[in-house]
Design a protein around this ligand. Structure first.
Ligand SMILES: Nc1nc2c(ncn2[C@@H]2O[C@H](COP(=O)(O)OP(=O)(O)OP(=O)(O)O)[C@@H](O)[C@H]2O)c(=O)[nH]1
Ligand SMILES: [Mg+2]
Length: 683
């Protein structure tokens, strides 16, 4: 015993700070930076002056909206912390960070509502194989006992939450903590190092009990410790520390430390645990499957366009070193030259000349480089170590600049924003001539819009994207169309008889002819089809027409005056009159929707489906997700636009959905009128 972890890992570390929204991540980073002397004092998040949340967008919404990097030193060693946003709408931001960090500090609190959010994060860490420490924050306001809180939070974690500290209370108020491994008490002091104290006699029994259960969990992975517990032999402290480090690094347990980030309490113990137990770059390299060898390998965690126009690729150096001015190979097979290496402290940077394995630094001016890529000094590039696709977008709006002159500027700015945020997607909708921006929620896109208007100074207008309505007919009709003009020399003559017939849903358009005896010559039959197709781009209701068959049954022509154009005109005339008699009807797209939700909200979610004209197809336990359900339904696309807002508000921000086109369905009455009015088309 005492050799499993093989001692402390030295070298620069990278620690991601993650956790449910508003659990205190930004506050914790601020406390860490103040405690390690990187900043003169700890600013509260309400001041809008923290190292993380300095952007106007973060301040406006009192939440973090992007990952912030801050490098500091603790007891002579370099640690870069990355404060990740908690909201699910910005969660993709954390993925390339988690991929290349050594350890995650999960900031949680005793709040039942946030358990599903915690579960989402824990699963992400499981998927990526990232070891973690849980920092149970806000113990200053905790009413329940810590052990009860952990029981409540445990379902969110697939591995045991291992309590390492218990609070020390006086008159019901938390005044410090007892470290169960060290068997020492610490009396909190605001914004300062705690005072070491004896464990008060009254707390001894509680301490021993909690300690025993910590040791029991550790014994699950240590037979010798198990024997000692059974024989009631006191295990050596070093062996306990070694087990704690080994189990953490193996991901076998999640050690839990407690504190009050807001007052800087518990921060030093957390830093010491990180210093002692965190894996190093070698373990992270192994986890990522990085190539062995002497080459420099760099993993890009975030892309930032600074206000002064320089692009920064914040990166972890996995192996080798990067010297300013050196060339790196991109996945594309091209090379790019590093122009500037910077150590980050929020928005501030300080220049370096080199960065070595383990460092987390910003590399300047790698124009073609994208977040998530793996770069290398090895000729020809290297295998890519990270390939996460952002989830399907759940919210969209159509965007245009208030002033036409800003069009080019807006699309360049959106391009930059999409480079900074790979979970943002942009497409041009030809149907409606709209530029549609899609993302992960209303707030996500609101922040994009604020960045366009603020940082980029482009006033924009946004609205819900147009629904791709179609129209069809319910009746059959026969119609003659004659186009005849005698103007000066050459006349125009085309004459057709067509039959218009509805087709089953999803058939599209069919054109046939039953012309005999050449009453309409072959080339003009083609013209008729062209004229009909052209008409169908916008039917009597103003939308593209689908599921219609048109047969050309009769007609006549004139040897001199007939032309392609004249027959096209005749066909359009016949369609215009004929279609009006076919009882046209609007069609709306209906999607198949799959909603994932914590089970306790399932009945609420099911209740809102009929309110959105949806039909429930069924619901069931979500496979592999204890405590979650999946609800399947069909729902008109028009009702899905803001569905995510309702889903999120019913589930403390965690439910989500995927949608795929299912079929077109008739839409009549008031809703059809509204759809036609909204698109500015005739009713
Ligand atoms: N009582 C108490 N409140 C805290 C503590 N730490 C943070 N808070 C408060 O919790 C709220 C959220 O704090 P933040 O640090 O912004 O939380 P966050 O996790 O960074 O939030 P997001 O990044 O938006 O997910 C703020 O009002 C803080 O003042 C604490 O230790 N005790
Ligand atoms: Mg934050």
């Amino acid at each position: 015993m005492g050799t499993r972890a093989g001692g402390r890992r030295t070298g620069p570390k990278c620690i991601a700070i993650v956790g449910p929204f508003a659990s205190g991540k930004t506050t914790l980073l601020e406390a860490i930076l103040a405690r390690t002397g990187a900043i003169p004092r700890q600013n509260p998040v309400s001041s809008g002056n923290t190292v993380s949340d300095h952007s106007p967008e973060a301040r406006a919404h009192a939440m973090s909206v992007e990952a912030t990097f801050a490098t500091t030193e603790f007891m002579g060693e370099q640690i870069t912390f990355v404060d990740c946003p908690g909201s699910i709408e910005f969660s993709f931001e954390a993925e390339p960070v988690l991929a290349a960090c050594d350890l995650a500090v999960v900031v949680a609190e005793a709040d039942e509502k946030k358990i599903p959010a915690l579960q989402l994060i824990m699963r992400k860490l499981d998927d990526l194989g990232v070891p973690r420490i849980l920092f149970l924050n806000k113990v200053d306001k905790a009413i329940a006992g810590v052990r009860d809180t952990l029981k409540m939070l445990q379902p969110a974690s697939a591995v045991p939450l291992l309590l390492r500290q218990i609070p020390l209370r006086k008159d019901g108020v938390v005044i410090g903590s007892i470290d169960l491994a060290l068997e020492r008490a610490y009396i909190y002091r605001e914004y300062a190092e705690s005072e070491i104290a004896q464990i008060p006699g009254d707390d001894k029994a509680r301490e021993l009990e909690a300690r025993f259960s910590m040791l029991e969990t550790l014994a699950d992975h240590d037979d010798q410790l198990m024997e000692q517990l059974l024989e009631e032999i006191e295990p050596p402290k070093d062996a306990i520390f070694d087990d704690l480090a080994a189990d953490l690094r193996d991901g076998a347990v999640t050690p839990v430390l407690i504190g009050t980030a807001e007052k800087g309490n518990g921060v030093l113990r957390l830093l010491k645990a990180i210093r002692h137990d965190a894996p190093d770059i070698e373990a992270t390299r192994k986890r990522l499957g990085a190539p062995d060898g002497s080459a420099t390998v760099v993993q890009v965690m975030k892309t930032i366009h600074t206000p002064h126009g320089g692009k920064l690729s914040v990166s972890r150096i996995l192996s080798g070193q990067v010297v300013d001015g050196s060339e790196l190979w991109l996945p594309s097979g091209d090379t790019a030259k590093v122009s500037g290496i910077y150590r980050m402290l929020g928005k501030d940077q300080s220049k370096l000349t080199t960065a070595k394995a383990g460092d987390t630094v910003a590399l300047g001016k790698l124009d073609e480089v994208k977040t998530g890529q793996t770069l290398t000094s090895a000729k020809g590039g290297t295998k890519q170590l990270f390939d996460a696709e952002p989830p399907q977008p759940v919210f969209a709006f159509a965007l245009r600049p208030k002033e036409r002159k800003d069009e080019v500027k807006m699309s360049a700015a959106i391009q930059r924003l999409a480079e900074e945020d790979p979970s943002l997607s942009l497409r041009h909708n030809q149907d409606s001539a709209e530029t549609v921006l899609s993302g992960h929620g209303e707030m996500h896109l609101r922040v994009v819009r604020e960045r366009l208007e603020g940082k980029n100074q482009i006033p924009v207008e946004g609205h819900a994207p147009a629904v791709p309505y179609r129209e069809t007919i319910r009746k059959t009709a026969q119609q003659r169309g004659r186009h005849k003009k005698q103007s000066g020399g050459h006349g125009q003559f085309g004459d057709v008889v067509i039959e218009i017939k509805p087709l089953p849903r999803g058939s599209g358009f069919q054109f046939t002819d039953t012309i005999t005896g050449g009453v309409v010559p072959k080339t003009y039959i083609q013209s008729v089809e062209t004229g009909v197709r052209d008409y169908l781009k916008s039917g009597p209701l103003g939308f593209p027409v689908v599921d219609v068959a048109v047969n050309l049954s009769d007609g006549s022509y004139h040897a001199v005056d007939s032309s392609d154009m004249a027959f096209q005109m005749a066909a359009r005339l016949a369609m215009k009159e004929g279609m009006a008699a076919c009882s046209p009807v609007l069609l709306e797209p209906v999607m198949k929707v799959e909603i994932v939700t914590p089970s306790d909200a399932t009945s609420k979610i099911i209740a809102l489906i009929p309110q959105r004209r949806g039909q429930i197809l069924g619901y069931d336990a979500r496979p592999g997700w204890p405590g979650w359900d999946v609800v399947e339904a069909t729902m008109p696309q028009a009702e899905i636009g803001d569905l995510i807002i309702e889903l999120r508000s019913a589930t403390a921000g965690v439910a989500s959905y995927r949608a795929a086109f299912d079929h077109m369905a008739e839409l009549t009455g008031r809703l059809a009128d509204e759809a036609m009015n909204a698109s500015g088309k005739a009713a």
